[in-house]
Design a protein around this ligand. Structure first.
Ligand code: ATP
Ligand code: SF4
Ligand code: MG
Length: 332
């Protein structure tokens, strides 16, 4: 296998508050290889965005952060800000959930893409950058890209704005594209189109993609690997098949049970009961215990470790071995 493009080791992120430190990311380690699509999935508040923002080094000064984030051979967490600025937007780019907050309402869409290009290509003329912006809008499926480039963000529909954001993000051919809930604000048909655009971007540019979503259903056709987060920790990580058909984790299984199946034939959906625990004062033992139908006494006493099951498959659960038997039979 090729060397990883991104290697995150023991990343831990905490936000100090009057009441104590909110542990938003706890001891998270993972890799993304060149050209790979890694999906990061989990309920709201599980630490997905904070993990991505730490990779981009977009946390505030007061944030407690430890571990390492190696991008190729560079530890991003140790990099001076000016060098990080050169990497951000060029080698690693990010697409946010709500393009309206990321696009500036007073500049045309084309001009904003031009600015993004010129930031990292000081020698390029504005005219050339404009042509490139039109080309990029065309590539992400914006119809009449030349006319549309001269329009303002409010003249774009939600789906078109997200395409414009993707065009801006890929304007400097990033090696890694981080897409944080890129389709959450869109209706289902437009969601599928935007996912298609991301596919096309991957095919055309060879960028690796970190796709963050709370929707496991979205990742089945899009990702190479999935990593499931719960209450600031990695709970399971594996290939699409390992996660969808051989999951060894009750939380992942509960997530799978809560989404419509791919064929839309599932009779009943089962939302996960209860809420994730406080990250300010996490309970002892397994953080999923109060909501877990398989919990035993040990789960109250000891936090399970993330255990390797197969080459690409790992799970955090005291009962992961027993789930192997279940995986061989009917889905839980
Ligand atoms: N700047 C901050 N200060 C304090 N707490 C924060 C800050 N940013 C995030 N958090 C907390 O850290 C935890 C993880 O947040 P994060 O945004 O990563 O969740 P998420 O998995 O992306 O959820 P969502 O699906 O809702 O986007 C949450 O409990 C959140 O409230
Ligand atoms: S360790 Fe226990 S509580 Fe946690 S997921 Fe496994 S069985 Fe459930
Ligand atoms: Mg988020």
């Amino acid at each position: 296998m090729t060397a990883p493009l991104l290697k995150v080791d023991h990343l831990t992120v905490g936000f100090p508050s009057k009441a104590g430190v909110v542990g938003a990311v706890t001891d998270v380690s993972f890799e993304i290889h060149p050209g790979e699509v890694l999906a990061v999935v989990g309920e709201s508040g599980s630490g997905k965005s904070v993990t991505a923002l730490a990779v981009m080094r977009l946390h505030s000064k007061s944030t407690h952060i430890s571990g390492s984030v190696m991008f190729n051979d560079t530890d991003l967490l140790a990099l001076p800000e000016d060098q990080m600025r050169a990497i951000r937007g060029r080698d690693i780019a990010m697409i946010f959930q709500d393009p309206m907050t990321a696009l500036n309402p007073v500049f045309t869409v084309g001009m904003q893409i031009v600015e993004a290009i010129l930031l990292h290509h000081h020698d390029m003329t504005k005219q050339k950058a404009w042509e490139r912006a039109v080309e990029l809008l065309d590539m992400v499926g914006v119809p009449e890209p030349r006319r549309r480039a001269a329009q303002y963000p409010h003249e774009f529909s939600g789906g078109m704005r997200q395409r414009a954001m993707i065009a801006m993000a890929i304007s400097n051919d990033p090696k890694l594209l981080i897409a944080d809930e890129p389709t959450t604000a869109l209706d289902v048909t437009v969601q599928a189109q935007v996912m298609e655009v991301l596919h096309e971007v991957k095919r055309a540019t060879g960028s690796a993609i970190m796709l963050i979503t709370h929707d496991l259903g979205l990742v089945a056709g899009s990702a190479d690997r999935v990593q499931v987060m719960y209450a600031s920790r990695l709970f399971e990580t594996g290939s699409i098949d390992e996660i969808f058909y051989e999951s060894r984790n009750p939380y992942t299984r509960a997530l799978l049970d809560s989404i419509p199946d791919l064929e839309g034939t599932k009779d009943e959906l089962h939302p996960i009961p209860g809420n994730p625990p406080s990250l300010l004062r996490p309970p002892a033992g397994c953080p999923f215990r109060p909501r877990c139908s398989m919990a035993i006494e040990l789960c109250r006493e000891q936090t399970p470790a993330l255990i390797q099951i197969a080459n690409s498959h790992a799970s955090r659960c005291h009962r992961a071995d027993e789930l192997a038997v279940l995986a061989a039979g009917a889905p839980a």
